[in-house]
Design a protein around this ligand. Structure first.
Ligand code: SF4
Length: 222
C-alpha cells in the first residue's frame, strides 16, 4: 500500500505536469454573462457536454439574464428551449424552483456559501464548488465525471462516489492547488485520459515516478 507522503509527492508531480502541458486553462468552459446565467449553465451541463450547453445558451441567454427572468420562466416554454440538453423536464423544474427560492429567500442574490447553495434544487457539491470558485471562493474541489475517473486512475482515490473522492483529494492536495484540479483533470480527461480508449501510449503521466512506482498507477495496455 502506498504511503500517504509518497502519494502526496506523486499527486504534486501529476499536477505539475498537467500545468506544464496544458498551460492556462479557464475555470469554466461554459459561456455566460451574469451570475444567474452561470448557475443555469452549470445546472444544464449535468449529463451533457459543455459544447452542447454553449450552443443552447447562446440563444437562451439572450432571453433570460437575471434571477427574475429565470424565476418567471414558463415551464413548458423553458422545457422546449432546453430540450436538447437532456433531462429537460427535471432541469426546467429545478431551475425555475431554484430561482423562485433565490428570489424569496436570498433577496434575488445567488448565495455564496456551500450550505445555502446545496439547499437549492438541482445544486449539488460539484455545482456549488464551481460557482464559489468562479466567485473567488475556494471551499472544495468540484468532482465531475472526469475528476472522478482520473482521481481513481491516478491512484489518488479508491472512493466510489464523488463526495468521497473530493474528501480524498482535499487531504492530498494543499488548498492553494484546489482551484487547479477540476479544470486540469477535465482537460486531461478530454485529451488523453478519455473514458473509453485512454491514450496511455502517448500520455506524459505514463512514466516512472521513482524505482517503485509510475506517476499514473493505472496503465491500459492495448
Ligand atoms: S497513463 Fe493512461 S490512465 Fe494514466 S493518466 Fe495517462 S491516459 Fe490516463
Amino acid at each position: 500500500m502506498e504511503l500517504v507522503e509518497h502519494k502526496k509527492l506523486r499527486a504534486k508531480k501529476i499536477l505539475f505536469l498537467l500545468k506544464k502541458n496544458y498551460g492556462f486553462v479557464p475555470n469554466l468552459f461554459l459561456n455566460y454573462s451574469t451570475d444567474a446565467q452561470m448557475l443555469v449553465a452549470i445546472i444544464l451541463s449535468a449529463q451533457s457536454t459543455d459544447n452542447q450547453i454553449n450552443k443552447v445558451t447562446k440563444k437562451l441567454f439572450k432571453k433570460y439574464k437575471t434571477v427574475n427572468d429565470f424565476a418567471n420562466a414558463k415551464k413548458q416554454v423553458f422545457e422546449k428551449e432546453i430540450y436538447s440538453t437532456g433531462f429537460y423536464k427535471q432541469k426546467a423544474k429545478n431551475i425555475i424552483s431554484c430561482f423562485l427560492i433565490i428570489k424569496s429567500k436570498f433577496n434575488s442574490k445567488i448565495p455564496l456559501n456551500m450550505s445555502d447553495l446545496i439547499s437549492l434544487p438541482g445544486v449539488g457539491r460539484k455545482t456549488a464548488n464551481l460557482i464559489l470558485l468562479n466567485k473567488g471562493i475556494v471551499e472544495g474541489i468540484a468532482v465531475d465525471t472526469h475528476v472522478f475517473r482520473l482521481s481513481r486512475r491516478f491512484g489518488l482515490s479508491k472512493s466510489k462516489n464523488a463526495n468521497d473522492v473530493e474528501k480524498d483529494l482535499k487531504k492530498i492536495y494543499k488548498k492553494i492547488d484546489w482551484p487547479n484540479i477540476n479544470k486540469l483533470f477535465i482537460t486531461h480527461g478530454r485529451n488523453l485520459c478519455t473514458a473509453i480508449n485512454p491514450k496511455c501510449d502517448n500520455c506524459f503521466l505514463n512514466k516512472k515516478f521513482d524505482n517503485n512506482s509510475n506517476i499514473c498507477l493505472k496503465i491500459f495496455k492495448k
